[in-house]
Design a binder for this molecule. Structure first.
Ligand code: PAF
Length: 290
């Protein structure tokens, strides 16, 4: 039987009890507006754990002042039904006042993989993510937590925080789920206008172009230019389109063998992000990168 839990102390006690009884507990943190991408995380957690907890909390501290916190889709009834169908035991849906009590004055400040890309575009975003994820891990002291590769940079930030703070939880990153035309599933896709929806395929197309060129030995500048051209040709206003080291997100060294391609841009008022890990290549880049 599924249970919605609002109180962090109650939630923690339930997880402790389950683990004391020898059950492996899996945790999927979300902001709700659940879709097939979230369902795939829950399915993986269900396969690998005895009990699954899903949190639903639209976290104010990871939204900038001009961002979509107030209009972020809130679909609790549909979310609860989807999670019931997936056999989720507990939904943790805390009140904002229990996550951020009156007078709250403490934040986790993240660097390293948080600095570039989304970190530049959305100042403070990853401090808000790290702070809430840490608080969620305290309320849901699970064995393992599941995150989507769609938010690759977020998953690196969480892994780094877990390592740096010595948090006793495993992190599993699951593949991005895509619509039939390649658009990465996201709660924000619901904002796309009818006219913009077909244009959104530009993000995944630009990543596929990057993968082709990378495999053919092209240099970083050529690949990034092609990604930008693909995005612009569909009317996407580009925030970034770049290759980086997949673990640190630092700029690629010359002769890199591993890379991730990352894109972010806007269609109308909808901001979309996507990424793709590129196939490891053995030979040095052909282009001069001096
Ligand atoms: O990826 C998300 O939905 C959110 O950033 C998370 C991890 C639930 C923190 O609010």
């Amino acid at each position: 039987m599924q249970q919605v839990v609002h109180d962090p102390d109650h939630m923690r006690a339930l997880v402790h009890e389950a683990r004391a009884a020898g059950q492996r507990v899996g945790f999927v943190p979300t902001m709700g507006a659940l879709h097939a991408g979230h369902a795939s995380l829950v399915a993986r957690a269900s396969r690998e754990c005895d009990v699954v907890v899903v949190s639903i909390f639209v976290n104010p501290t990871q939204f900038g002042p001009q961002e979509d916190f107030t209009r972020y889709p809130r679909t609790l009834a549909a979310d609860t039904a989807l999670l019931a169908a997936h056999g989720v035991r507990w939904i943790y849906a805390p009140e904002a006042s229990s996550v951020y009590p009156p007078g709250d004055a403490t934040r986790i400040v993240v660097g390293g993989p948080a600095v570039r890309f989304e970190g530049e575009q959305r100042p403070g975003h990853f401090d808000g993510v790290a702070t809430v994820v840490c608080k969620l891990f305290l309320a849901v002291p699970a064995d393992v937590a599941y995150f989507g590769a769609k938010d690759w940079q977020q998953s690196l930030v969480v892994k780094r925080m877990v390592r740096d703070l010595g948090l006793p939880i495993g992190i599993v990153v699951c593949p991005t789920m895509r619509e039939p035309d390649g658009l990465a599933m996201s709660s924000r896709n619901a904002y796309l206008s009818v006219a913009d929806r077909p244009r959104a395929v530009a993000l995944s197309e630009s990543l596929h172009r990057a993968a082709e060129l990378w495999s053919a030995g092209a240099d970083t500048a050529t690949i990034e230019r092609t990604m930008r051209e693909t995005l612009s040709s569909h009317g996407v206003v580009i925030d970034y389109a770049a290759l980086a080291d997949p673990e640190s997100l630092d700029p690629l060294p010359k002769n890199a063998t591993r890379a991730i391609a990352l894109v972010a841009g806007r269609l109308g008022s909808t901001r979309l992000i996507d990424n793709m890990e590129l196939p490891t290549r053995g030979s040095p880049e052909r282009g001069a990168e001096t």
